[in-house]
Structures are given as C-alpha cells and as structure tokens.
Write a protein that binds this ligand. Structure first.
Ligand code: RB5
Length: 146
C-alpha cells in the first residue's frame, strides 16, 4: 500500500500521480489535501509518514510546491528516509543506496510526465543492501541519539 499526500502547491501533481498509480493497478491511500485551498505541508507529511512507521503503508509519495518543505517535515518522523527528487537518476539511487521510503516532488518544479517516470523508478527499484545497509544503520543511530 502506498500513501500519497500533498499541500495545495502539490495538489495538481498528486492528482496526476494518482491516475498513474490507478493505471498501473497500484493501491494507494490519499491523506489529502483534497482541493487547492491552502494547508500546511507538515500536517500532511506527519499523517502520511506515521502510516509508514505504523506499518500500514510501505512507501510514501508526497508533494508540495517545491518538494523541499514536505521532505524536511517527512524526515523529522523517526524511521522515515525521504528524498526530494526532480530527476530519474536520484529516484533510482535513493532506492538502491538509501532505501528511501518516501519520495517528495515539487508540483511547481516537475512536469507530470517526468514525475510519472520518477515515481516508477522509485517504486520499482529494490534496495541493494550490502555496504549501504551499514550507512542506513548509521543514519538510524543518529536518529536514536536525538
Ligand atoms: C506553499 O506555498 C509552499 O511553501 C509549499 O508548497 C512548499 O513549496 C514548501 O516547501
């Protein structure tokens, strides 16, 4: 199960990506927002990311105007590794090397076509493990020191 969410700045792109997920037959739950009225992206990030850490969802797709604010908020939730991404290479490698569980994009930055490609790479690429697991463990250790 994928959790998807956005603020008003990412709303239009979120709706495009929902259609793409449906075309692929992938299940998602949408934590909002549900229109273009202004909302605060940390609220959306928190609700979505808590679904992941509770084990209700495996991965998250989050959108705001730039992708930056919502990725900063998502990364404050313990257990979340969120990548703000505008290119295909980063989308693939944040899965291979960082085992990222949340992808963030900017609705005012990334076109729908590119966003679909980025989403597909993110969802379809497996974590490589090996030496990268040691680095993830060090990220988790930093988290646990706070
Ligand atoms: C909202 O106007 C905007 O600040 C937000 O969508 C995002 O870009 C923040 O990083």
């Amino acid at each position: 199960m994928i959790v998807i969410g956005s603020d008003h700045g990412g709303f239009a792109l979120k709706e495009e990506i929902k259609k793409h997920l449906e075309e692929r037959g992938l299940a998602y739950t949408d934590v909002g927002c549900h229109d273009t009225n202004s909302v605060d992206y940390p609220d959306i990030a928190k609700e979505a990311c808590e679904k992941i850490v509770r084990g209700e969802c495996d991965k998250g797709l989050l959108f705001c105007g730039t992708g930056v604010g919502i990725s900063i908020a998502a990364n404050k939730v313990k257990g979340i590794r969120a990548c703000c991404c505008s290119d295909a290479f980063s989308a693939k490698y944040t899965r291979l090397h960082n085992d990222a569980n949340v992808l963030c994009m900017g609705g005012r930055i990334v076109s729908a076509g590119l966003a679909e490609m980025i989403v597909d790479l993110f969802l379809d690429t497996e974590f490589e493990g090996g030496r990268h697991q040691r680095r993830i463990d060090k990220i988790t250790a930093i988290e646990n020191e706070q």
